[in-house]
Design a protein around this ligand. Structure first.
Ligand SMILES: [Zn+2]
Ligand SMILES: [Zn+2]
Length: 339
């Protein structure tokens, strides 16, 4: 599977999401939030090779595990460490960078960190260097904001601002469409594999371009139309810590339409909607209703309140399933089913 993901942390604990996109040529690693124990659940190699770290917001349960990530990567030079943050996040990260004794750091340290702060209208990138103990923030770019914030190899990442009393960013990772050769149709035409297949799978045909197959010439455009099959890529959305009211539901359902998997906070049961209102979180029923409205494939509930442990989570899940049947908790969560 080119796109794979794993929810980190257990029920009632801090949670985060790890996503890997494997094109066959390269594996890209993405992490969403960095709560207590979350990076610790990954292999060191995945942490050292992390291409992007995305924060929803900076409440403590989303950043408490950051020290391990920073410890492993503070001196990473190439590629620079890319971190994506909501408004005000650059200043918070700067304080964390500076919260250590750096007297052993010298000019031979090469670590470079690029912090991309996403506002409603722009993305501002600030660079920090380990060689000067992360002292001086240096603005290196400011670009107008677009929905897609990262174009990686074989995937894109979009960011959307949600309301949690403070800005909280939701993200969608979309794998690029896959183009495959229909080998049954190829066989039916009597074509055998050869060097021409590489050209077939490459760029679209230029006007009038021909391709030689078993000594005969064919229109490449026609052969590509006959033999290539495009399959939509997988997608996973990560939404956490936000109040899912009517306006937000409408806003999100348009953007999530057709997403394969939605990993979404479900902090409270429906009966506790007043608690959700008070602390700007969402309920199981609200989240499942969004899943129906957006016509997503599969819903995974996470970031649940510890108040429902040990026995209340089965009911929370059942409430969501009554509305959107293809709902589950993350793999590995042992939750007693409701009777
Ligand atoms: Zn929060
Ligand atoms: Zn939280």
């Amino acid at each position: 599977m080119p796109l794979s993901f794993r929810v980190l942390g257990g029920p009632g604990d801090d949670n985060a999401l790890f996503v890997a996109v494997d094109t066959g040529q390269r594996v890209s690693r993405l992490m969403f939030d960095c709560g207590d124990g979350c990076p610790h659940a990954l292999e060191t190699g995945d942490l050292l090779g992390m291409d992007h770290l995305f924060f929803s917001h900076f409440h403590m349960d989303h950043v408490a595990g950051f020290d391990l990530f920073f410890r492993l990567n503070f001196d990473r030079e190439d590629p620079a460490v890319n971190v994506w943050v909501p408004p005000g996040g650059t200043e918070i990260l700067h304080h964390r960078f500076r919260g250590f004794q750096w007297n052993l750091v010298g000019s031979n340290q090469r670590g470079t960190w690029d912090v991309h702060e996403i506002s409603e209208t722009s993305v501002r990138t600030t660079r920090f260097h380990a060689r000067e103990a992360f002292r001086t923030p240096q603005t290196i770019a400011e670009q107008p904001r677009t929905a897609v914030i990262v174009k990686g190899e074989g995937f894109t990442v979009e960011a959307y601002q949600l309301d949690h009393g403070c800005p909280s960013l939701g993200y969608i990772v979309r794998e690029a469409s896959r183009v495959n050769v229909d080998t049954d149709r190829m066989a039916a035409r009597g074509f055998s594999p050869g060097p021409w297949v590489k050209r077939l799978r490459g760029e679209p045909a230029r006007a009038g371009e021909m391709v030689a197959i078993k000594g005969s010439e064919y229109s490449l455009a026609q052969i590509q139309g006959e033999l290539l099959v495009t399959t939509a890529g997988e997608s996973v959305a990560y939404l956490t810590d936000f109040r899912l009211n009517e306006a937000t539901g409408e806003y999100l359902s348009a953007r999530l339409r057709g997403v394969t998997t939605l990993v979404c906070e479900s902090q409270y049961r429906a009966a506790d909607v007043m608690l959700a209102e008070n602390v700007m979180h969402s309920t199981s029923v609200e989240v499942a209703t969004l899943a129906v409205r957006a016509e997503i494939g599969r819903l995974i509930l996470f970031h649940v309140s510890a108040r429902y442990l040990p026995d209340g989570l089965g009911e929370l899940l059942a409430e969501a399933r009554a509305i959107f049947p293809n709902t589950s908790f993350p793999d590995g969560w042992r939750v007693r089913a409701s009777s």
